[in-house]
Design a protein around this ligand. Structure first.
Ligand code: 4NP
Length: 157
């Protein structure tokens, strides 16, 4: 059995690309890279086609994650046909996705941090803040990715 995970934030240039890169990295380390499809998208379309924010790329690189190949795209109705897990970074993203969700969607649409392990439920938007916001995103994403990996590993058994 395979699985598929889509991470969603607002712009797809800060939080969801971070989750995309970190979770793919953890899958590779776990030898599961070929078993799980990973992607990310934004609810907004402002940055479609752009690489992640340079501050996001730099903060991730300091921890060994290469986000530079990623390009932003907007989430679409077809994503509900293609992903078993659609995981939102904050409640506003989740509400936008809930409005798009087809009645027949049988996957998991939820907050990424509801995977457990994190002290909060939302990944704060770092876009208008300072450098520390990008490290905070990485801290939360790394923790939740461990939990998600354990969950997906169970499912793949
Ligand atoms: P993200 O951050 O949703 O984590 O990618 C943002 C990026 C861009 C904007 C807002 C949030 N923006 O308003 O352009």
């Amino acid at each position: 059995m395979s699985s598929s995970v889509l991470f969603v934030c607002l712009g797809n240039i800060c939080r969801s690309p971070t989750a995309h890169g970190v979770f793919e990295h953890k899958l590779r380390e776990a030898g599961l890279a070929g078993r799980v499809r990973v992607d990310s998208a934004g609810t907004g379309d402002w940055h479609v086609g752009n690489p992640p924010d340079p501050r996001t790329v730099a903060a991730a690189a300091r921890r060994g994650y290469d986000l530079s190949p990623l390009r932003a795209r907007q989430v679409s109705g077809r994503d509900f046909e293609q992903f078993d897990y659609i995981l939102a970074m904050d409640n506003s993203n989740l509400q936008a996705l809930q409005r798009m969700k087809p009645a027949r969607y049988s996957g998991v649409l939820d907050l990424f941090l509801r995977q457990g392990g994190a002290p909060v439920l939302e990944v704060p938007d770092p876009y208008y803040g300072g450098e520390s916001g990008f490290d905070r995103v990485l801290d939360l994403v790394e923790q939740a990715s461990e939990q998600l990996l354990a969950h997906v590993r169970e499912r793949l058994r």
